[in-house]
Design a binder for this molecule. Structure first.
Ligand code: AHM
Ligand code: MG
Length: 337
C-alpha cells in the first residue's frame, strides 16, 4: 500500500459520519451496515450466476436436497432476513411482494422503513450484464408500535437515505443520507466495501449522452419524439442504453447525461416503479447536483398512492432535465396531461 493512502472501510466511514451528529444513536449506522452485508451475500451469488449450467439450475435440487432458488427470489430473502430481526426496522416493502412486509411478532420493531428492489434488471443475468439492488429508507410516521402501509407510502422528499448496489465489473455500493453521495467498491479478497468515490457529483460540463429504449419511439408522445430527435440532431448527443436501471443511472452519475424512461401512449406512467426505483435514484441524483423529474414535476414530490405504482423518469444533469421538461410541455403531452 502506498504510504500516503488511507483505506477507509464502509464501517469506519459510517462511524465517522455518525460522530458528526452528537444526537445519533448508532441505529442508522447499524442499519446501513446490515444492508451492506446483504449486498455482499447477494453479490457473491450473482458472481456465480454463470456457473448454474455446471452447478445446477433454479428448480434443481442442491446438495442438501433443497430446491435451488431463482436469484431474485434469493436476493429478496437475503434483504428481508438481514433486517427483520435487528430491532431497527418498523416494516419493509419489496418489488417481489404484493403487500408490505411486517416484522414478525417474535422480533422487536424499530423506527426505520426499508423499501427495496432486491435484484433489479434480473433479466440481464443470463447475458452477464450488470444488475443491482436499490433501497429507500424512511422513518416510521404511524402512531402504533409496528409499521403499516402508511409508513411505506411517503413521498421521496421524506427519504432519510437511499442507495444502490451495482453488481458490475466490480461490486459498488453508493448511498446518500442527504449529505452528499458516497461510493464504495467491494474488495472481494478481504470482503470489505472500501471508500472509492467520496462526495460524488455529476460532472460539469456533463457528457452529452442520452439514454432511453428508443425501440419504443412509435409509442411515445410527440413531445418525447421531438426531444430525442432534437438531442441527436441539434444537440449532437451520443447515446448509451444498458437496459439495467442501476447501471444506466450509475453511468449518468459518473459522466452526466440524461436517462429517460418515458410514458407511452396507453401507458402514460411508463415502466419504472416510484417507491423502490425512481424515488431512491432521484434522491441520489439530486444529492449529486443533478435533477430527477417525471417530465412534469420533481419525482421526489410525487405523493405515492400505492406500493407498486409507476412513474415516468427523466434523471441526470440539471440542464438536460430542464430541457426535457420544456420540450415535453411544449408538446403538451406530458405525464397526466
Ligand atoms: P425489472 O424490475 O423487471 O427488472 O425491470 C426494470 C428494468 C430496469 O432495470 C431497466 O431500466 C428497465 O427495466 C428496462 O426496460 P426496457 O427493457 O423496457 O427498456
Ligand atoms: Mg426492478
Amino acid at each position: 500500500m502506498p504510504p500516503e493512502s488511507h483505506v477507509v472501510t464502509i464501517s469506519r466511514f459510517l462511524v465517522d459520519q455518525e460522530r458528526r451528529h452528537p444526537e445519533a444513536t448508532g441505529k442508522f449506522t447499524s442499519l446501513l451496515s446490515d444492508i451492506a452485508l446483504a449486498a455482499k451475500v447477494i453479490g457473491r451469488e450473482v458472481n456465480k450466476a454463470g456457473l448454474v449450467d455446471i452447478l445446477g439450475q433454479a428448480g434443481d435440487e442442491n446438495v442438501h436436497g433443497e430446491d435451488q432458488q431463482k436469484l431474485d427470489v434469493f436476493a429478496n430473502q437475503v434483504m428481508y432476513r438481514a433486517l427483520d430481526h435487528t430491532g431497527l426496522v418498523a416494516c419493509m416493502a419489496s418489488e417481489e411482494n404484493e403487500t408490505f412486509l411486517p416484522i414478525p411478532d417474535k422480533f422487536e420493531a424499530g423506527d426505520y422503513v426499508v423499501i427495496y428492489d432486491p435484484l433489479d434488471g434480473s433479466s440481464n443475468i443470463d447475458v452477464n450484464v450488470s444488475i443491482g439492488t436499490i433501497f429507500s429508507i424512511h422513518r416510521k410516521i404511524s402512531a402504533g408500535e409496528r409499521g403499516t402501509l402508511e409508513d411505506c407510502l411517503q413521498p421521496g422528499s421524506r427519504q432519510v437515505a437511499a442507495g444502490y448496489v451495482l453488481y458490475g465489473s466490480s461490486t459498488m455500493l453508493v448511498y446518500t443520507t442527504g449529505a452528499g453521495v458516497h461510493g464504495f467498491t467491494l474488495d472481494p479478497s478481504i470482503g470489505e466495501f472500501l471508500l472509492s468515490h467520496p462526495d460524488m457529483r455529476l460532472p460539469e460540463p456533463p457528457k452529452k449522452v442520452y439514454s432511453v429504449n428508443e425501440a419504443y419511439y412509435a409509442r411515445w408522445t410527440r413531445g418525447q419524439q421531438r426531444l430525442v430527435t432534437h438531442l441527436k440532431t441539434e444537440g449532437a448527443f451520443g447515446s448509451r442504453y444498458i437496459g439495467s436501471l442501476v447501471a444506466d443511472v450509475h453511468r449518468t452519475l459518473l459522466q452526466g447525461g440524461l436517462f429517460m424512461y418515458p410514458g407511452e401512449k396507453g401507458k402514460p406512467d411508463g415502466k419504472l416503479r416510484l417507491m423502490y426505483e425512481a424515488a431512491p435514484m432521484a434522491m441520489i441524483i439530486e444529492q449529486a447536483g443533478g435533477r430527477a423529474s417525471t417530465g412534469a414535476v420533481d419525482i421526489l414530490d410525487v405523493e405515492p398512492e400505492s406500493l407498486h405504482q409507476r412513474v415516468p423518469m427523466y434523471v441526470g444533469s440539471r440542464d438536460f432535465v430542464d430541457l426535457a421538461e420544456r420540450m415535453l410541455a411544449e408538446g403538451s403531452e406530458g405525464w397526466r396531461r
